[in-house]
Design a protein around this ligand. Structure first.
Ligand SMILES: [Cu+2]
Length: 100
């Protein structure tokens, strides 16, 4: 039973990733800033499901940022909307703005 669920989840995930590649533009994700590491150019974000990135579950994870200046525009605790793309060594936030 668990195995069937696992296979189904894997299929859904791979389909989600294929869709994400096609529809990466304009897929804003809601999140909250948990940690900022300017030295490393990284930000930790808690976010809800992000189907565009193949993330079906809410999670907290570390992202690189495309432009270090993005880290100066937000602070820990801020609610944000962001877009990210998957690279060879993790995920990179390509756009981010404070949620209203
Ligand atoms: Cu995530």
């Amino acid at each position: 039973m668990n195995r069937i669920i696992g296979i189904t989840a894997a299929l859904a995930l791979s389909m989600g990733l294929a869709t994400a590649t096609l529809a990466a533009e304009g897929a804003a994700i809601s999140g909250e800033v948990k940690k900022i590491d300017e030295g490393a150019g990284k930000i930790t974000l808690r976010h809800g499901p992000a189907k565009s990135l193949g993330m079906e579950e809410p999670m907290t994870m570390v992202y690189r940022v495309k432009d270090p200046a993005m880290l100066k525009q937000v602070k820990v605790g801020d609610k944000v909307t962001f877009e990210a793309e998957e690279g060879t060594s993790g995920y990179t936030v390509t756009r981010m703005q404070k949620a209203k």
